[in-house]
Structures are given as C-alpha cells and as structure tokens.
Design a protein around this ligand. Structure first.
Ligand code: GRF
Length: 201
C-alpha cells in the first residue's frame, strides 16, 4: 500500500476530499502523515479528529532550505511515497523537489499556465476570461509549473464574485485531485517532457 504525505496550510478541504476517498476505498493508499506549517490550519484539526497522524511543523521565521529539510525528514520518517500539496502556501526549495523527484503533486485553482501564484480566482475574474478551472500538476522547481496530470474547466458567469467562482472551482478540485492520485498511484503514465501521457497500465 502506497503511503501519502499531505502538506497543508489552511482550511484543508482538498485534504478532506482525498481522505474521504481513502476511507471509502476510492483511493488505494494510506495517509501516513498530514503536516501543517501553521498552527491555525483548520486541516490540522480535521486530521486529528479523523485519527490521522497530524504534525505541526511551524515555518514562521524559518529559512526555506532549513525548513524544507525538516519537512523531508518528517516525510521520510513516515516512509511517504507520494507528497500531496493541498493548499500548502509555501514555496518549496530545489532540495525538497529533488528529495521526491516526480513524487510531489499540487492543486492550483486555475487552468495553468494561466494565473499562477496567489489569488488565481481573482486574477481570472479580473482578466475577464469566460472559463477557468483547476489543475493538478507535478511539482518542479518553478512555481505552479510542472507537468500537468489533470485539469477541469468551469465557466465564469457574469454575476460571479471571487467567492462564487472559487466555490465552483473548488468542487472540481475535490474531484480531480483524487482522479490524479488514482492515475499516479496506478503507475499507468509516463512523463514525456511536459506531457503526462497515460499508458496501458
Ligand atoms: C485551493 O483552492 C487550492 O487549489 C489552492 O489552495 C486552496 C486550498 O483549499 N492551492 P483547501 O485548504 O484545500 O480547502
């Protein structure tokens, strides 16, 4: 059974969607550890309530590479095979990416490469796009830039606010993160340059 490590900073709804799939048998893996970098992260409390191994590693004031080595140690201590960033709002160093090559996934609330970085839903709304969505991608050393595993498209409606658009995107995030995890856990893909190509399994 493959072992997942979840990294989060806040609400943790993507983590919960993944945890529901694991509990319900929709994802064949176990959540080995949930790590939060902020004491106030709601996701940390949720993980505790679910009886998961929930670890707080505060990042405030810590130098990036030093912090990332603490993360790497905690993930390795829990024999994590695959790392899922689920609203983890800290940029990871090259050391971290190299410690888990092509084994870190992230979810981003836009159709990358459009609107990387913070406030992607607000960026989409302000740009005036008619469609936006979300992306699950492998993490490389650039921000929101690695090979794309899954995407989902949602319409942007005339009456949308950041909140309504975010909610429409979030529902799709919860669906495609699990879809992406199933694919990656199955091993039925290969990475060709930037492209994640499905194989016969
Ligand atoms: C999501 O919109 C995700 O795409 C982004 O941060 C948000 C996290 O939400 N990276 P949650 O903590 O999973 O509820």
């Amino acid at each position: 059974m493959k072992r997942l490590g979840i990294l989060l900073s806040g609400r943790g709804s993507n983590f919960e969607a993944i945890a529901d799939q694991v509990t319900g048998g929709g994802i064949e893996a176990e959540i080995a550890v949930v790590i939060a970098n902020r004491p106030s992260a709601q996701g940390l409390e949720t993980a505790r309530q679910r009886g998961l191994n929930a670890v707080l590693l505060p990042s405030l004031g810590m130098e990036r590479v030093a912090y990332d080595h603490r993360l790497i140690d905690e993930l390795n201590r829990n024999s994590v095979d695959l790392v899922c960033l689920a609203g983890f709002t800290r940029l990871l160093s090259a050391d971290f990416v190299r410690a888990f090559p092509q084994r870190v996934l992230n979810i981003h609330p836009s159709l990358l490469p459009a609107f990387p970085g913070l406030d992607a839903q607000r960026q989409a709304l302000e740009h005036g796009v008619k469609f936006s969505g979300c992306t699950v991608h492998f993490v490389d050393e650039m921000l929101d830039a690695g090979p794309i595993v899954e995407q989902a498209v949602v319409p942007v409606l005339d009456g949308d606010t950041v909140e309504t658009l975010s909610a429409r995107i979030l529902a799709q995030e919860h669906r495609i993160y699990s879809d992406a995890l199933r694919l990656v856990l199955s091993g039925a893909y290969r990475i060709e340059g930037r492209r994640v190509v499905r194989t016969a399994g």
